[in-house]
Design a protein around this ligand. Structure first.
Ligand SMILES: NC(=O)c1ccc[n+]([C@@H]2O[C@H](COP(=O)([O-])OP(=O)(O)OC[C@H]3O[C@@H](n4cnc5c(N)ncnc54)[C@H](OP(=O)(O)O)[C@@H]3O)[C@@H](O)[C@H]2O)c1
Length: 126
């Protein structure tokens, strides 16, 4: 079972759709249940017969064996701290790209740890 923390955005829904089409059981997470359910319905409509559900981030972290982090960099720490206990022993795939938008242009944000993924690993191991 695959879970997507903050899976209601374009990145989470895009990955969830493709993995659902590949036959995976996917759960889309959100801070708000209605947003998760709506996103799951959107993905389901594009993948008839696929297994796509929506739930709160913490429930997704609990259910899933493999968890994708698909939130903006600025939200990563808070989201991971909220589900740290649920992620113990799980595979976590972090697709977070630390960027800031300036005048419509995406600029890389330097991360002290070296990358958002390394920072996520450190947060989960604190
Ligand atoms: N690696 C790559 O090639 C690649 C490509 C594209 C994007 N990305 C990265 O993927 C991530 C997701 O991109 P996206 O465009 O889908 O992002 P997004 O739409 O801005 O955000 C995704 C979801 O994150 C949750 N979220 C937003 N702000 C939050 C906050 N302050 N606290 C907790 N949750 C929050 C929201 O879900 P709810 O409101 O439903 O909780 C939102 O729907 C970003 O880090 C982006 O840089 C990576």
């Amino acid at each position: 079972m695959l879970g997507f923390l903050g899976g209601t955005g374009p990145e989470g829904k895009g990955l969830a759709l493709r993995l659902a089409l590949a036959g995976e059981d996917v759960w889309i997470g959100s801070r708000e249940l209605p947003r998760a359910v709506t996103a799951a319905e959107t993905v389901s409509a594009l993948a008839p017969g696929a297994s796509v559900s929506g739930a709160l981030n913490v429930q997704v972290a609990l259910k899933a064996d493999v968890v994708f982090v698909t939130v903006p960099y600025q939200a990563q720490r808070q989201v991971l701290e909220e589900v740290r206990d649920e992620l113990v022993g799980k595979v976590v795939i972090d697709v977070v790209a630390p960027v800031a938008i300036r005048k419509g242009v995406a600029l890389a944000v330097p991360v002290v740890s070296g990358s958002a993924a390394l920072e996520a690993q450190a947060i989960l191991c604190e």
